[in-house]
Design a protein around this ligand. Sequence first.
Ligand SMILES: CC(C)(COP(=O)(O)OP(=O)(O)OC[C@H]1O[C@@H](n2cnc3c(N)ncnc32)[C@H](O)[C@@H]1OP(=O)(O)O)[C@@H](O)C(=O)NCCC(=O)NCCS
Length: 163
Amino acid sequence: MVLKQVEKSDCDYILEIRNDKEVRKFMFDDTVISKDIHNEWFVCALANSQKLMYLLWDNNHPVGFIQFDLNDKNEAKWGFYNSPASPAGTGTIMLKLALREIFISHGVDKVYGKVLLCNLASQKLHQKLGFTWIIEKDSESSNRIMLFSLSKQSWFEILNMEE
Ligand SMILES: CC(C)(COP(=O)(O)OP(=O)(O)OC[C@H]1O[C@@H](n2cnc3c(N)ncnc32)[C@H](O)[C@@H]1OP(=O)(O)O)[C@@H](O)C(=O)NCCC(=O)NCCS
């Protein structure tokens, strides 16, 4: 499987999986997004130098989407979702490749992930990858959430232990 930067032609695929009910269940905003709103967002997202977006490809089929929002402190917030039909283990592969990309190729120092308390698969994934977490109130929704973080240093140490 390979991670590739998102291109214009990937717009419809991203909307299709974002609107799937199995994915929406775990989104902070679970409404169905219209094609017009999505297209508008997509054009802005592609033009935004503070945003990085990737698809995970398996034999010429996209199986997952991941995005990073960078800030001025060399940190990034990520969000991701798989094609609902993708096999178990796809999330782990995508996130490992994405961490390597963001820490090594983009020089980011810390990655954050915001997860709903009901999203056990995502919590497990973050923990498996070495993220630490705190529970806090989300500033936008005021829901209780888990805020995960992983520094480049910790990621590097975990990687060395695995090898
Ligand atoms: C989160 C998501 C990317 C995970 O993808 P995935 O391919 O299932 O991930 P993996 O199989 O690599 O890892 C998931 C882990 O969680 C575990 N898991 C899955 N469902 C679980 C549940 N309900 N309770 C506890 N653990 C669970 C799996 O067993 C696996 O752990 P393991 O590798 O030790 O067996 C995918 O489920 C998804 O797209 N969900 C909808 C969108 C979403 O939640 N995005 C993240 C928002 S923060």
